[in-house]
Design a protein around this ligand. Structure first.
Ligand code: CA
Length: 473
């Protein structure tokens, strides 16, 4: 292990699923610069988000706490972070790191919702725009300034500018957060024609009929077939297509624009990596690339995220630090977004605060997973029927199984729409059913697994301080 404190370059995109990265085996696009991180470092194959939605995931990364926990509390898109609270940037800043946050913040703005713990920040208000976006800069009093150009390129430019002006006598911590490839998937002019010469393959579960699942799967309003808007599609749907052909046409419109947005992120990562090389500090810098959660890329016939299903739950995570991480390594040990903050602090030589709920990933990044490493994770999505009609749920994923409880009416009062559905359970055996097409919760052969995982789910809720929903029996 290196004795010096590395720089930490934390690059995070928004809604970039691992299966749209070549180093994760993508069959739909190529990401040569993201692959440089993986090839020069480690790829985590089981990195998961504890609440698969933008704002809460970001708050968990900053605070080292689950959404529900005291000191976080950012459970939904409408929650705002409390900047008066401790966060990992403050800890790094206090230990002498130069800190910056550039790009998508999405934790509110103004007053206590503005970024804290950063020497410099320049962030998009809310979701931000792809073209000619406004930014709000530290010290501007909330004034919005328009930057001409393409958002992903601008965030990269700003990051390079800040890096170029840094104090070279101290290590830096830079959060470079892209808006891309979040909806509405507006590509840069540079990539407007990319993929025009080909069809992107449809995923294996594209025509899922949601049989053998809880009602939640079939009740969503995030299908490629029916729920992409004219704004999403940007072209009129051709007339005279069969329903199947129309769905395939929409998928091509959606996925190509999504992947075009990814391509600009990949370019930006390449420019940052080139800069580290030119500056001669690549060996002294921990570079991480991840996304705030996964995404459905036509999987199960969907776009969007939110569910505890694999494509949404899984975060890409590649990391490079030549002084500690072996080039080209692959790690299947479980990692969570709540583990990121303690990881940053570990590399900075700072002890994690006692209330942190995650564990430093440094041992698994460096090929040294200790005995008893975490092999199960707790998940909770809170926004019952608010967007895309997704049900609130919580659950437990182990290395083989996934137990999900759709608690149905937790946010409701009797008589409200939230009280119209009965809670339901799902259990998937991921070894036999990696695409989660067959709920075996009621299969007698799995009765012991159900009992064991249910007990473990409740044990973890108690341990983590989350509330078990009263109908959960
Ligand atoms: Ca997101």
């Amino acid at each position: 292990m290196a004795n010096t404190r590395p720089n930490i370059l934390f690059i995070m995109s928004d809604d970039h699923a691992a299966h749209a990265m070549t180093c994760y085996g993508s069959v739909i696009n190529q990401t040569p610069h993201l692959d440089r991180i993986a090839n020069g470092g480690v790829r985590l194959d089981n990195c998961f988000c504890t609440n698969s939605i933008c704002t809460p995931s970001r708050a968990t990364i900053l605070t080292g706490l689950y959404s529900h926990a005291e000191g976080n509390g950012v459970t939904t898109l409408d929650s705002k972070i409390d900047g008066k609270r401790p966060n990992v940037a403050k800890a790094l800043q206090g230990a002498g790191y130069q800190t910056a946050m550039i790009g998508k913040w999405h934790l509110g703005h103004g007053g206590d919702a503005d970024p804290t713990g950063f020497d410099y920040w320049n962030v998009l208000p809310g979701q931000g725009l792809y073209h000619d976006p406004e930014f709000i800069e530290i010290g501007s009093g909330g004034e919005r300034k328009v930057y001409e150009g393409y958002c992903t390129d601008i965030i990269t430019d700003m990051s390079l500018e800040w890096l170029g002006g840094r104090d070279t006598s101290r290590p830096f911590f830079l959060m470079c957060h892209h808006k891309a490839p979040h909806r509405p998937w507006d590509p840069s002019d540079k990539y407007a024609d990319l993929f025009d010469d080909r069809d992107i393959p449809e995923p294996p579960t594209f025509n899922d009929d949601y049989a053998n699942r809880a009602r939640a799967a079939g009740d969503t309003k995030m299908t490629i077939a029916h729920h992409l808007t004219p704004r999403d599609l940007k072209q009129d749907v051709p007339e005279g297509l069969s329903p199947e052909a129309e769905k395939s046409w929409k998928y091509q419109r959606y996925i190509k624009d999504y992947l075009r947005c990814v391509q600009s992120v990949d370019d930006g990562v390449g420019r940052l990596l080139d800069w580290l090389d030119e500056e001669g500090i690549a060996d002294d810098t921990l570079v991480i690339y991840t996304s705030d959660q996964g995404f459905f890329l036509g999987d199960h016939g969907w776009y969007d995220k939110r569910f505890m299903y694999e494509e949404s739950l899984r975060m890409p995570f590649v990391a490079r630090y030549p002084k500690g991480i072996e080039a080209g390594s692959v790690c299947g040990a479980m990692a969570l977004n709540v583990d990121f903050a303690p990881t940053f602090l570990d590399y900075a030589g700072i002890e994690s605060p006692e209330n942190y709920q995650g564990t430093s990933l440094r041992p698994i990044l460096e090929g040294d997973a200790p005995d008893g490493w975490q092999d199960a994770m707790y998940y909770r999505y809170w926004m019952h029927l608010t967007h895309h009609n997704v049900y609130a749920h919580y659950g437990l994923r182990t290395m083989r199984h996934k137990l999900i409880y759709y608690y149905a009416d937790a946010l409701g009062t009797p008589g409200s729409i939230h009280d119209t559905k009965e809670p339901e359970w799902e259990l998937f055996d991921l070894d036999n059913d990696p695409y989660e097409m067959n709920n075996v919760y009621h299969d007698p052969a799995y009765a012991e697994v159900v009992a064991k995982l249910t007990a473990e789910l409740h044990r973890r809720q108690a341990e983590l301080g989350d509330e078990r929903y009263h109908k959960d029996v």
